[in-house]
Design a protein around this ligand. Structure first.
Ligand code: GLU
Length: 629
């Protein structure tokens, strides 16, 4: 594969920044634990009673299985399961349960997610949809304040509320995955995480900062304040954070199964929190109550789904079908890009096409994607080569198209330029999806693979901890379109799953795993996965380079949000095309960062390259069972 010198230089810059730049005063504070140490060791007790978290390893190469996640403790938990003979699913659930302890603001049993599995025995990729559902009593005007008749503001009303809490799907996903493919019980899988919750983990800068950023919300609830704002301050960096309530909750579920959550004592407690948020007397936050009942919890089920599939330059790309828009949107954009000889282009031309293809796929996402139990998603059309060929006609090789651009017409297309007509108005794209979540990738010695993205939506979810239970409830229903429109596939409907962007993806080549990857990042998840695939397959980067490379995200909006490093590298070159790049956030906050991916690439003779972010979100932790370098 061809790689241009600009790309090489940029990736080198990104990798250098990840290793050297962190010690500089200008480095983001929360990145301070990203290191290139190659062995994880137990947290060490330093001077003044301060401990250091286990070192993080952004990349490891080796054999025998691998686990990669954003967190060193969680990856270690998964690795131990693999070493003791567990398979990829066993290790993935144990890692996810541990993330519920160490990443409680992004994941946990109060949320949902999407699980993608490759079975070495059958050669099949299959998925589980563990997305939260809307309560049955949720009215279509749930986002309108009944007292004023005006829409609730996204922040603070919807974000910190009972009204946005969906029925959690995570435990049902774990149970279902273990039942279908695992070798261990849910109880066994929860055990290491319960131990970690009891023993505690060492607070790093990211966890501290996330708590501080959410202090107003967390202090608004008695239960949350007691857990995350104990003694009147955020958990201190270098101190141990223990969550015995969560340990007890995991133990309870280990003994009594997910029933304890969906039909037992926890169900009543969850419903009570949603209906009567446990607000503190002095909070000024409005906190609208919600609709979730014990009956909604009892009725919840995770759903088995086939994967989405597209063939991209000889790779079989399997993703998550709706209710997530991930697989459909990544797949369509790839199909569009496949119409062009990208490897023959220079960087600017290639990136221009990546940006345009992404905008087109996003336009179709807005018009057509929603929960398939409620809306008819024309997936076959959206992922057909003929539809892609016609959509690709919209790309002017020299000029950015005006945006937002219109969706394609799935009822009338023949793959030729100028024959399709759009039927709907352009999606105005009010992007209210948030940018925190967690992702993990696992492979075992038998060749099974798991790609799993899980979330409680916003950092800190709804802000509400279930009293005495140690976990936060999600605010996933904010992913519904804020305004009710009958033509909108993502309108609020009782029992429905809000549209997601999560895009856990597994690529096969000749029927064998080639690459598994996924990312957090709200609606930027799709562009992160897309860009990594584009960089890896079309632009000749290694997977390690693709995960570090600066990112740009075009979601059918007038401008392209891009990381500052991307703008520095390509801003000038993309100007002649009319691509307007705007910084994705302030350079020293996590908002500037697009994605926090994990991936495993499968090489010859069982060689695994496990990667996580070197810098974003404080860097991740990739571990293999038998490292070779
Ligand atoms: N709610 C988002 C989704 O389902 C995920 C949240 C995030 O990544 O921040 O797509």
């Amino acid at each position: 594969m061809r790689r241009s010198s600009t790309t090489t230089a940029l990736v080198a810059l990104a990798l250098t920044t990840s290793t050297v730049g962190l010690s500089s005063a200008a480095a983001p504070a929360h990145a301070s634990h990203a290191t290139h140490a190659t062995h994880a060791s137990p947290a060490a007790q330093g001077q003044h009673g301060r401990a250091t978290p286990p070192p993080k390893t952004p990349t490891q190469v080796g054999r025998g299985g691998a686990v990669t996640s954003v967190d060193a403790d969680a990856s270690r938990v998964g690795l131990r399961v693999l070493r003791r003979g567990g398979n990829a699913v066993d290790a993935a659930i144990a890692t996810a349960a541990a993330l519920g302890v160490t990443e409680p603001y992004s994941t946990g049993i109060g949320g949902g997610g999407y699980f993608v599995h490759y079975s070495a025995r059958t050669g099949k990729v299959q998925t589980i949809d563990g997305r939260e559902t809307a309560p049955q009593a949720m009215p279509r005007d749930a986002f309108i304040n009944p007292r004023t008749g005006d829409p609730y503001r996204f922040t603070p009303e919807l974000v910190t509320s009972g009204v946005s809490v969906g029925v959690p799907g995570t435990l049902a996903t774990w149970q279902r995955a273990l039942h279908r493919w695992g070798t261990r019980s849910l109880g066994q899988s929860l055990e290491p995480a319960a131990r970690l919750a009891r023993r505690g983990f060492v607070v790093d800068q990211t966890f501290h900062d996330q708590t501080v950023d959410n202090s107003v919300r967390f202090k608004a609830f008695r239960s949350t304040k007691r857990l995350f704002w104990k003694h009147g301050h955020a958990p201190r960096v270098g101190k141990r954070f223990r969550n015995p309530d969560l340990a007890d909750t995991y133990d309870l579920i280990a003994r009594r199964g997910p029933e304890a959550f969906y039909r037992g004592p926890l169900a009543g407690e969850i419903a009570r929190v949603v209906h009567r948020p446990p607000t503190t007397a002095d909070t000024k936050l409005p906190v609208p109550p919600g609709y979730l009942t014990t009956r909604d919890l009892a009725a919840y089920d995770a759903v088995n789904r086939r994967s989405t599939h597209v063939d991209y330059r000889g790779y079989d790309v399997h993703g998550m079908r709706p209710s997530s828009s991930g697989g459909a949107t990544v797949g369509e954009a790839l199909d569009i890009l496949e119409q062009f000889d990208i490897p023959a282009m220079d960087d600017a031309d290639a990136l221009h096409h990546y940006i345009e293809a992404s905008a087109l796929a996003y336009a179709d996402r807005g018009a057509y994607d929603g929960d398939p139990a409620y809306v008819d998603v024309p997936l076959e059309d959206l992922l057909s080569d003929r539809f892609a060929a016609e959509r690709a006609c919209r790309i002017d090789p020299d000029r950015a198209m005006p945006k937002p651009t219109k969706p394609g017409n799935v009822k009338h297309y023949d793959g030729r330029c100028g024959s399709g007509r759009s039927t709907t108005a352009p999606d105005a794209v009010s992007d209210t999806e948030n940018v925190e979540t967690s992702n993990l990738t696992v492979a075992d010695r038998w060749g099974n693979v798991v790609e799993y993205t899980l979330t409680i939506e916003q950092t800190g979810g709804s802000g509400m901890v279930v009293p005495g239970r140690g976990f936060l409830l999600n605010n996933e229903l904010t992913d519904f379109s804020p305004e009710f429109d009958r033509a909108d596939p993502n309108r609020i409907q009782p029992g429905k799953r809000p549209r997601s962007s999560m895009a856990p993806t597994i690529l096969l080549r000749d029927g064998k795993p080639f690459l598994a990857l996924g990312s957090p990042g709200g609606s930027t998840i799709i562009t992160t996965v897309l860009q990594m695939l584009f960089d890896r397959i079309d632009r000749g980067m290694t997977v390690e380079q693709a995960i570090a490379a600066p990112r740009a995200s075009q979601r059918n909006t007038a401008t392209v949000s891009a990381e500052p490093e991307f703008i520095t590298a390509y801003g000038e070159a993309l100007k002649p095309y009319g691509q307007q790049l705007v910084p994705s956030g302030d350079a020293f906050t996590s908002a500037a960062q697009i994605g926090a991916a994990t991936a495993i690439e499968f090489g010859r003779g069982g060689r695994l390259t496990a990667v996580s972010e070197p810098v974003r979100r404080g860097g991740g932790s990739a571990l293999v069972v038998r490292p070779s370098r």
